[in-house]
Design a binder for this molecule. Structure first.
Ligand code: M6R
Length: 619
C-alpha cells in the first residue's frame, strides 16, 4: 500500500525514480509524485491518477538533480487530490517526505505545530511528520554530539519518537543534498545498493533492473544514504551491521512480454510456478514432501495437535483449502481465522498448537500482526510466502517460499494456486508423519507431479472461456456455489470476479444457497457451480434443478467424468479429472480466466482495479 522509491547517486534521478514507480504501481495508484533536491532547493511535481500522468507532467516540466524521492499513493487520510499527493513538503520547504503507513496521532501533532506557526496545506497525516521533522531540525544543534548521526538524521529520529502508528518513509533535506534518510516501523522498506548510487524502496520490484543487492530494514531502524555509503541505526542509536541479500528475481519476471496484462501473464505462468513450488521438495522415496526452512524436527511436527491458519483475502481462501486437506489426510484439527480477527480475538490455544500464516507479499499488516501475536504468546509459527526477505518471512519461526516469481497483477492468481499446491504438500507431509501409508503417499505425490501438465491442459480452454466471460459481463450479480473442497474455490471465484469486474458476486456452499441466497436467483443472476464426481454430486445436481426451476442461468465447471443431466446447465466448462490434492487448483483456472474476460469486456483495468492495492500494509 503506497509505493516509495528514493535515489541518490550521480545519474539523473527523475527517470530512475519514474521507472521504479512504474514497477511499484500495484501498491497504489490514486496519485503519484516526485521530489528532487538540487543545490539548496527541493522541487516537486505531483499528479492525481496513474504514474503515466506524472510521467507526462515531467516531460513538460523535467526536474534535474541526482537525489530524489517518489511515491505512488493509496489514499488513507484525505481525498485523492494533488495537495494530498506525496511527496509532502514541510511548510518551510526544507524537507520533503514520502510515507507509507498511518500516523495515528497526526491531529495532535498538527495542533502542536500550528501553535508554533507551522502551516498545513493538505489533509494528510504525512504532512504533520514533514513539519515535525522541520521543528526538530530547528531545535537540534547542527553539530552531532558523538558523530553517530548527522543533523538531518537526528531530526528525523527525534520526530519519529513522537509518532504513533506505522511508517515506511524516505526524506529529503534541502540543507543536505548529498543525503537521503529512511526509516521504518510497521511498513516495509528496503535499501538497494548500487555502485556509486543507492536506493530506498518499499519493495524489491521497484529495484529490478537497477540493483539486486538489498538490505531489508527492521522495524525501528533508520538509514542514512549517500551515493557511496549507507549507515543504519537502531531506534536506540546503535549502529546496525546489516546483512546484504542477493535478490533472485530477474527484470524479465516483472515485464509483460507478449501479454496484454500482468493478470493474464500470471495465469499462464501457473504451470511454471507449480513446477517451482515442487522443485527439490520431493523426498527421496517419492512418498512425501520435504521442506528446507521449517526449522522444526519431524518429532516436533508429530507433536502438533492443532493448527490455526491465518490469512487475508485470497490467502484466506488458501487457508480454507489447507484446512480441508490437512484434516482429511493428516487428521489434525485445523481452524481458519481471518488474520485481522485472530489477533484481537484472544482465542485459547494449547501449547502444541501451530499457527500457520499464508501471505503472498509477506507484508500484509493484519497477517503480520497475527503472526506477531502468536509468537508473543510462544506458539510455534510457520508461513507460506512468496516474497523472499519480506517481513513475515523474516519473523516466522520457519517457512516455505513459494518461488512463484513476482506477482504484479493486483488480483492474485499464480500466487494463490501455488499456495494451494504447497498446502497440499504440507498436508502430505503431516499425513506421512502420521497414518498415511507409503503407497498412498506415493500416489498422492504422483498426482502433484501430474498437476503442472493438467494446468497446461486447463489453460487451453482460454478461447472458449473468453466467450463465457463476455456473456457474464452482461450481469450485475452472480452466485458461486461449490461444496467441500470446492467451497473455498467458490469464494475465490466470487472474489476474483468482484474485485476486477465490479460485478457483485457471492460464494456459498451449494447446499446453503437454499437458506437465503436463492432469493437473488432470477434470469439476471447466473449461478456458477463447481462440481466434481463423488458422493455429493446428486445433491449439487438437485441444487442446480432448484435454480433452473426459478429461471436462473447456470454455468457448471465440472470434472471430465462428472455426469450432468442433459439440458440442465446453460454452459459446461470441463476440467480434467482430479483427486482432492489437486482438484481445487484445477477448478480455479477457469474461474480466473472467466473473471479476466468479463472484466475486459466491461472495460475494467484488470491489473489495477479501482480502490485496491496489491499489498495491504495498513489495518
Ligand atoms: O499478500 P497477501 O497474500 O497477504 O495478500 C492478501 C490479500 O490482500 C490478497 O490476497 C487480496 O485479497 C487480493 N487482492 C486477492 O486477489
Amino acid at each position: 500500500m503506497c509505493g516509495i522509491v528514493g535515489y541518490i547517486g550521480s545519474k539523473d534521478a527523475g527517470p530512475l525514480l519514474l521507472q521504479g514507480l512504474k514497477q511499484l504501481e500495484y501498491r497504489g495508484y490514486d496519485s503519484a509524485g516526485i521530489a528532487i533536491g538540487s543545490a539548496d532547493r527541493i522541487e516537486q511535481v505531483r499528479r492525481v491518477g496513474r504514474v503515466a500522468n506524472l510521467a507526462g507532467a515531467l516531460e513538460e516540466e523535467p526536474l534535474r538533480g541526482s537525489a530524489g524521492i517518489s511515491h505512488t499513493r493509496w489514499a488513507t487520510h484525505g481525498k485523492v487530490t494533488e495537495e494530498n499527493a506525496h511527496p509532502q513538503p514541510s511548510s518551510d520547504h526544507r524537507f520533503s517526505l514520502v510515507h507509507n503507513g498511518v500516523i495515528e496521532n497526526f491531529e495532535s501533532i498538527r495542533a502542536f505545530l500550528r501553535e508554533r506557526g507551522y502551516q498545513f496545506h493538505s489533509e494528510t497525516d504525512t504532512e504533520a511528520l514533514a513539519n515535525l521533522i522541520a521543528y526538530h531540525y530547528d531545535k537540534e544543534p547542527a553539530a552531532s554530539p558523538d558523530g553517530r548521526e548527522s543533523h538531518f538524521l537526528r531530526s528525523v529520529r527525534k520526530a519519529l519518537l513522537h509518532v504513533e502508528g506505522t511508517y515506511g518513509i524516505a526524506v529529503l533535506c534541502a540543507d543536505a543534498p548529498d543525503q537521503l534518510v529512511g526509516a521504518r516501523k510497521g511498513s516495509p522498506l528496503i535499501v538497494g545498493l548500487g555502485s556509486g548510487e543507492n536506493f530506498i524502496a518499499s519493495d524489491v520490484a521497484a529495484l529490478l533492473g537497477a540493483t539486486l543487492q538489498v538490505i531489508y530494514l527492521n522495524d525501528g531502524e533508520l538509514v542514512e544514504l549517500t551515493r557511496d555509503s549507507y549507515r543504519i541505526l537502531s531506534s536506540e542509536r546503535e549502529p546496525v551491521d546489516a546483512v546484504v541479500h542477493e535478490v533472485d528475481w530477474k527484470i524479465e519476471d516483472s515485464q509483460l512480454g507478449d501479454f496484454e496484462h500482468y493478470m493474464l501473464k500470471e495465469i499462464f505462468e501457473q504451470p511454471q510456478a507449480l513446477e517451482n513450488a515442487l522443485r527439490g521438495r520431493i523426498a527421496e522415496d517419492g512418498s512425501t514432501a520435504k521442506f528446507g526452512g521449517l526449522n522444526i524436527s519431524p518429532r516436533d511436527l508429530r507433536q502438533v495437535d492443532r493448527i490455526v491458519f491465518c490469512g487475508c483475502g485470497t490467502a484466506w481462501h488458501a487457508c480454507l483449502v489447507a484446512e480441508h486437506l490437512i484434516e482429511r489426510y493428516a487428521r489434525i484439527p485445523v481452524e481458519v481465522e481471518y488474520a485481522s480477527e485472530f489477533r484481537y480475538r484472544n482465542a485459547p490455544l494449547d501449547k502444541d498448537t501451530l499457527v500457520f500464516v499464508i501471505s503472498q507479499s509477506g507484508e500484509t499488516i493484519d497477517t503480520l500482526a497475527a503472526l506477531r501475536e502468536a509468537r508473543r504468546k510462544g506458539y510455534r509459527t510457520l508461513a507460506i510466502n512468496n516474497v523472499v526477505g519480506s517481513t513475515i518471512a523474516r519473523e516466522t519461526d520457519g517457512g516455505i517460499y513459494q518461488h512463484a516469481g513476482p506477482e504484479i497483477g493486483v488480483a492474485s492468481t499464480k500466487a494463490f494456486t501455488s499456495q494451494l499446491f504447497l498446502s497440499s504438500m504440507v498436508a502430505l507431509l503431516f499425513a506421512r508423519l502420521r497414518d498415511m501409508s507409503f503407497s498412498d503417499g506415493f500416489r498422492y505425490m504422483e498426482s502433484l507431479r501430474r498437476l503442472p501438465e493438467q494446468v497446461e491442459q486447463a489453460l487451453r480452454m482460454n478461447d472458449s472461456l473468453q466467450r463465457v466471460g463476455q456473456w457474464l459481463a452482461g450481469f450485475e450479480h452472480c452466485l458461486f456455489l461449490g461444496r467441500q473442497l470446492l467451497f473455498p474455490i467458490a469464494l475465490e471465484g466470487a472474489l476474483k470476479l468482484k474485485e476486477i469486474s465490479y460485478i457483485h458476486a457471492e460464494g456459498y456452499p451449494a447446499a446453503e444457497m437454499k437458506h437465503g441466497p436463492i432469493a437473488l436467483v432470477s434470469e439476471s443472476c447466473p449461478s456458477l457451480f463447481l462440481v466434481s464426481q463423488g458422493e455429493v454430486l446428486p445433491k449439487v445436481v438437485a441444487n442446480m434443478q432448484e435454480i433452473k426451476a426459478r429461471g436462473g442461468p447456470i454455468v457448471a465447471i465440472a470434472t471430465e467424468s462428472c455426469q450432468l443431466p442433459e439440458g440442465l446447465v446453460d454452459e459446461r466448462i470441463t476440467i480434467p479429472d482430479a483427486d482432492d490434492p489437486t482438484l481445487a487448483i484445477l477448478a480455479t483456472i477457469p474461474l480466473q480466466l472467466l473473471s479476466y474476460h468479463a472484466a475486459l469486456a466491461r472495460g475494467c483495468d484488470v491489473d489495477k482495479p479501482r480502490n485496491l492495492a496489491k499489498s495491504v500494509t495498513v489495518e
